[in-house]
Design a binder for this molecule. Sequence first.
Ligand code: SF4
Length: 242
Amino acid sequence: MDEVLRYFQKGFNYSQDGPGNRLVYHLSGCNLHCPWCSNPEGLAPGGGREETVSRILRAVASARPMFFDGGGLTLTGGEATLQFKAVMQLLEKVRDLGIHTCIETNATHPRLPELFPLLDLLIADYKIPDKEALFSWTGADISVVEENIRKAAAFGIPLALRTPLIRGVNDDEDDLAGFVRFFGEVKGPGVTVEFLRYHEYGRDKWEKMGMRYAMADAFVGTERVLQFERACREAGIDVVRT
Ligand code: SF4
C-alpha cells in the first residue's frame, strides 16, 4: 500500500541537515513540547499538506542532479518518526535508488532502531542530561532517548548528536558533567557532537500564531559554549560545528 506523508515545509538546504545539498521535508506533528521550538507551526499533527510516498519518491528521484557534495534526502520535523510506517516505506525506496538518506529526530520513538539500516546518517537531539529536567521541559523520556542513541552508536551508523545550549535549561556544571558522561559513553568513529547556541528564531512564529513564547533571557555566552566544547574534546569526544 502506498502510504501518505504529511509535511508542513519542504525545500533545498545546504549542509545544515546532513552533508551537501539536500531536499529536506519537515514532517508534521511532534510528541514533545520544547518551549524554544523554532518550528511551532509544525507541531500540530494535522497541519500542512499530504502526499503519497510514491509522489514524494518521484520528487526525490527527479531532484537527484541537485544532490551535489554528497547531498540527498533529509526527513525532519516536527518529529519525523511519528509517521513511522510511511517514513520507513519512503526511506526503503530512496535507499533503493542509491540516494543518501538522513533523519533528524528527537530520538524518543521506541522503534527508531528499525530505521538504522535505511539511513546513511542519523541526526539526534540530546537536549538535557538530567532525567527530571528533560521530562519537565520537553516531555521526553531520557531512558528511551539514551537507549536509541546507544543502539545507533553500536550499530555503527554515522551519528550526529546535537544539543541546543540554553541558559537556565542545560548550561550549568551538572549539565556539563552529564553531557561529558553520556557523550563519552557513546563516542567513537562516526559519532560527532555539536553544541548549538540558543537562538530566538521561533519567537516571531509563536507570537504570530497567537501563542506565548515562554523563553526569556536564555542566550548562552560564547565563552560558555567554548567551555562545553573544550570539556567534551578533553574527554575524547569529536566536537564539530556545522
Ligand atoms: S522535539 Fe524539536 S520539533 Fe519537537 S517540540 Fe522539541 S524542538 Fe520542536
